[in-house]
Design a protein around this ligand. Structure first.
Ligand code: GCO
Length: 466
């Protein structure tokens, strides 16, 4: 068994800022943030965590955390301002420097190619509902393979195509804010096709690092043992799960799901399904919560005939149920149903209302080696969340599922899309006014977990002694 990989994750638009630096073009998120009412309080990613400039501080944090891998995303408009044509050298240089510094620190650079920042020029040409956008993604990906292929240790093509397609083009909650179910299905197909074309370009280069895609599957639990609720749970999960996993694993689109959506016509052309099903080295899944669902009469706005059932679970600040067993169930369910060779939990974490409190002066004897930060964040809820979910992940591994790594979301508090800076997911508290970073208690907890001291393993050096 390969050693388990612990990591932390971020995404470009959520942390980088420097929106106009060094020729970076505009993305659909830059535009969406400027649309009145689209993002809470009119907040934008213009500054965010300022990580484009402060990345050396982030690197120091990663080193202290002791993680083996850092999952970041490359900002497409920094590489191609208009989404096509010759790359911007400054953008490539930035990510090369970041990767080199990570490698020097013994941390694997894990690059996400597309985490939702589509260049505005491509949206103006039709965006993801247009087939050409898939080709543009593959061209951009191939630029990255050429420029960073000697440094990146792990590639993820597309992050959460369900969100990009259905929140972006169906529900209008994410950029570009369109509301058309048919467009959402077209977008979903082209995101998958873009993944498939990028994968083909990658294989043509003969690079060795593992490559895969990141999904956010949904595997709700039936609220009762009745067969109708089990069927409702299957219907409720299909759009985020089978709609993507079936074509990725060579089974075509799930007809039972498409049949419920008259507007759902993935514009499949000859050869698309073969491209989409090109073999990947790994699958990434992002898990945050699990709902209970029950059958409900179908009707307008409820084509799939299910509804969320009440639950007793504590919730995070996102209003999401805290269900660590749901992660175990999801991993087991996915790996039983699809022939997933290696699975990584590429995001897991929780938003809570963190309140920095003045930290007592470093006391004790001998005095601490360095003065600590003036503030402390006692985020016990996040510690419990991370502990229980990491344990669920390792339980799935012990029970035979090919789970090979886990990334905490997120290294830093950051721009939580349409909720702006109001939701804090970080292991590190960010004071957005000053950019100051303060490791939360969960940061030190996660360090201990990564070091093997928090999930019941005997402390290093004490094991096996007789
Ligand atoms: C994702 C999102 C993250 C979110 C996180 C919390 O990949 O799910 O990209 O960027 O911040 O999921 O909602």
């Amino acid at each position: 068994m390969r050693p388990f990989l612990w990591g932390a994750a971020t995404a470009a638009y959520q942390v980088e800022g420097s929106a106009g630096a060094e020729g970076r073009g505009s993305s659909i998120w830059d535009e969406f943030c400027r649309r009145p009412g689209a993002v809470l309080g009119g907040m934008t990613g213009d500054l965010a965590c300022d990580s484009y400039r402060r990345w050396p501080e982030d690197l120091e944090l990663l080193k202290r955390l002791g993680v083996g891998s850092y999952r970041f995303s490359v900002a497409w408009p920094r590489i191609q301002a208009e989404g096509s044509g010759r790359p911007l050298q400054a953008g490539l240089d930035h990510y090369r420097r970041l990767c080199e510094a990570l490698l020097e620190a013994g941390i694997e650079p894990a690059a996400t190619i597309y985490h939702w920042d589509l260049p505005s020029a491509l949206e103006a040409a039709g965006g993801w509902p247009e087939r050409d956008t898939a080709r543009r993604l593959a061209d951009y990906a191939d630029i990255l393979f050429g420029a960073l292929g000697d440094l990146v240790g792990r590639w993820f093509t597309v992050n959460e195509p369900w969100c990009a397609a259905f929140l972006g083009y169906g529900q209008g909650l994410h950029a570009p804010g369109r509301r058309d179910e048919g467009e959402a299905y077209r977008a979903a197909h082209h995101l998958l096709l873009g993944h498939g074309l990028a994968l083909r370009a990658y294989r043509a280069r003969g690079l060795a690092a593992p490559i895969g895609i990141v999904l956010n599957p949904s595997t709700p639990r039936p609220a009762t043992a009745r067969a109708e609720d089990a069927a409702a749970a299957e219907r409720a999960g299909a759009q985020r799960t089978a709609l993507f996993l079936d074509p990725l694993y060579g089974r075509g689109y799930p007809e039972a799901h498409l049949a419920l959506h008259p507007a759902a016509r993935p514009p499949v052309e000859e050869g698309d399904l073969e491209l989409i099903a090109g073999p990947c080295d790994m699958l990434g899944i992002n898990y945050y919560d699990e709902d209970a669902v029950e059958a409900a009469p179908a009707g307008p706005g409820r084509l799939e005939a299910w509804r969320k059932a009440p639950s007793w679970r504590e919730k995070t600040d996102m209003g999401w149920d805290i269900v660590p067993e749901g992660l175990y169930r999801q991993i087991m369910a996915l790996t039983r149903r699809w022939p997933i060779g290696a699975l990584y939990v590429t995001e897991n974490g929780a938003a809570f209302r963190d309140e920095p409190e003045p930290a007592p002066p470093a006391g004790g004897f001998p005095p601490s080696a360095e003065p600590g930060p003036a503030f402390r964040v006692r985020d016990r809820g996040r510690i419990e969340y991370l502990r229980s979910h990491a344990a669920a992940c390792l339980r799935a591994r012990a029970d035979g599922a090919p789970v090979e790594g886990y990334y905490a979301w997120s290294l830093l508090d950051n721009f939580e899309w349409s909720l702006g800076y109001s939701k804090r997911f970080g292991l590190v508290y960010v004071d957005f006014a000053s950019g100051e970073r303060i490791p939360k208690d969960s940061f030190w907890f996660y360090r201990d977990l990564v070091a093997g001291q928090e999930l019941g393993a005997p402390p290093a050096g004490l094991s096996g002694g007789s």
